[in-house]
Design a binder for this molecule. Structure first.
Ligand code: ATP
Length: 541
């Protein structure tokens, strides 16, 4: 446990603007060699392997049921992960509900009357096309399986088949080259044009190789697989007792639409927001928490008048709001983009859908869907329940069923996006460190309090006093074990924005503490009041 080195007064000016009171530098350990870049660039994205291992080691995310060998598609959030997840949800709720006058919250039950899922179309249509490999017993989503004929000088010499990924084109081309060599075919290989398996013709099924075995003939034709988890409600297990775990939170909002209108003072335009669990029996859960079978959604239905000018404006406003919100929780702007669904891909009732895409380590994928769903859902519930979903327009003296714009976001996908953007590896004083550059709103601990030594009662007592004061405002960590440098690294790894160190000078001389910044590793001395003011400015954002 090293004593602090002398102050680096040359740097005082740099930090003078930080907070009131005199501020001077103290570095534990001695020198900062690298100033960190403010955000990740695409070249430095961590691999999924790195993230998964890191999450396990640091108590962020564990595979579910690990002592029984794990359970595919399910995950548990550990002590650090549970805090981060809660912070994501709190930030969304605060900005979406508390900081707006036109949106109210809801918390509907997970299991609802099965008629809801008939009305919404989920019983008949919430399915993915599934393909089985008869040899390996592997199961695939047909729209995530890509194939192409391998054509040499006009002759089809076989087929290649790959799983959807950022590198699938290169993978398919390499497989085609290999096939050509193996069959000793001369001539030019035609470009490999991948199509997903739902577009395969019947006569092609027998020729497309299974990705599991590399051999053709074992893949079945695609068939629909409903993603809803079934359960039974009540003592009898028969057809009449079948119910479903909700596959989305949105229907809980639609079926309560009239309740909210009749019991609160909302007026069009207004929104109802909900955060909660959703369940989908995904055929191929993959990419860690990106696609799991149990996840959480943050959905909001914004009810509006039906005319064209209104929905287009509201749609654009929500798209912008969603992008801004992602930036406000620390997602770098250059990692997100928009994917506008072409008209032929829209559902019959949808007027427009745009996905906000994020650069995950496995490629650009949907993070947030913003959909104009017309008045399809409310109309369906009106028809199926026999209850009116209309509201009365005072100005026009007319009844109508409102239309809706729906921003639907996954908590877990947001978590993965945040981790991808925040994870950094760098070097400080010649030591490698891992740092999670989390936005203060998302960081699991906001401040760590570190008494320099643990065997000096007066020093520990002072640290404890400061810790208790800080704990009243923020979630704080206490760490008194190991050398100070190691303790800083521990906090860097879990994304704690500030460390507060109490040393001998604090108790013997000036009553000031050292505050260390996670990202820059810069340090300054502040008295207690200045510390509180500084942390308020930095953390209460
Ligand atoms: P995908 O096309 O990726 O299956 P989706 O378009 O079916 O997603 P929605 O039904 O619009 O997704 O759900 C809204 C949001 O819920 C998605 O944008 C995503 O963030 C999240 N989400 C959907 N399915 C899953 C899943 N299996 N695991 C984790 N998050 C999910």
């Amino acid at each position: 446990m090293g004593m602090p080195v002398g102050r680096h007064t040359s740097m005082i000016a740099v930090i003078g603007a930080f907070a009131g009171g005199s501020s001077t530098f103290r570095l534990y350990p001695t020198r900062r060699r690298f100033i960190l870049t403010p955000s990740m660039s695409k070249q430095t994205l961590p691999t999924m392997e790195t993230l998964v291992g890191f999450c396990k080691r640091k108590g962020i995310i564990y595979p579910s049921s690990e002592i029984y060998g794990g359970y595919n598609g399910f995950f548990d959030y550990g002590p650090i992960g549970a805090e981060i997840k809660r912070n994501i949800k709190d930030a969304w709720w605060r900005d979406m509900v508390h900081r707006r006058d036109d949106i109210v919250g809801l918390d509907a039950s997970i299991i609802m009357h099965p008629a809801i899922w008939k009305a919404s179309g989920h019983i008949d249509g919430f399915s993915d096309p599934m393909v089985d490999c008869k040899t390996s017993k592997m199961r695939y989503r047909a729209d995530q399986l890509f194939f192409a004929p391998v054509i040499v000088e006009g002759e089809t010499i076989g087929y290649v088949c790959v799983l959807e990924s950022g590198g699938m084109q290169a993978e398919a081309e390499a497989a085609a080259e290999k096939m050509k060599r193996k069959l000793a075919k001369q001539g030019e290989l035609e470009p490999i044009k991948l199509k997903d398996y739902t577009a395969a013709r019947e006569d092609e099924y027998a020729r497309i190789p299974s990705p599991a075995t590399g051999e053709p003939g074992s893949l079945t034709a695609p068939r629909d697989f409903n993603l809803m988890f079934e359960t039974n409600v009540g003592a009898l297990r028969d057809a009449a007792s079948v119910a479903y775990l909700r596959p989305e939170t949105a229907q809980g909002i639609f079926q309560n639409f009239k309740n909210v209108v009749d019991t609160t003072r909302v007026k069009i335009p207004f929104g109802i927001a909900q955060i909660g669990k959703a369940f989908r029996n995904e055929i191929t859960p993959r990419n860690f928490i990106f696609r799991s079978r149990e996840f959480e959604q943050m959905e909001m239905e914004y009810f509006i008048d039906s005319d064209d000018a209104t929905w287009q404006k509201v749609y654009r406003e929500w798209l912008d709001w969603c992008k801004q919100w992602l930036l406000s929780i620390g997602i770098p702007e250059d990692m997100i983009s928009e994917d506008v669904h072409p008209p032929e891909k829209l559902s019959h009732y949808s007027k427009g859908t745009t996905d906000i895409m994020f650069e995950f380590p496995f490629g650009k994928q949907e993070l947030w869907g913003i959909a104009c769903r017309g008045n399809f859902d409310l109309t369906q519930h009106q028809q199926h329940s026999g209850k009116s979903m209309e509201i009365f327009d005072e100005a026009r003296k007319q009844k109508y069923i409102p239309h809706v714009v729906e921003p639907a976001l996954g908590v877990d996908r947001t978590f993965l996006a945040i981790l991808t953007a925040a994870y950094c590896e760098d070097e400080v004083d010649g030591d490698k460190r891992t740092v999670l550059k989390l936005h203060p709103r998302i960081a699991p601990y906001k401040v760590a309090v570190l008494p320099l030594v643990k065997n000096k009662p007066a020093l520990v007592e002072k640290a404890q006093e400061i810790y208790t004061r800080l704990q009243k405002r923020w979630h704080c960590a206490w760490d008194s074990a190991a050398a100070i440098g190691r303790r800083y690294r521990r906090q860097d790894e879990i994304g704690t924005p500030y460390c507060v160190t109490i040393d001998f000078e604090t108790i013997e001389q000036d009553n000031k503490v050292t505050v260390r910044d996670r990202d820059t590793t810069e340090q300054m001395r502040l008295n207690e009041d200045a510390l509180m003011q500084f942390l308020s400015e930095k953390l209460d954002v």
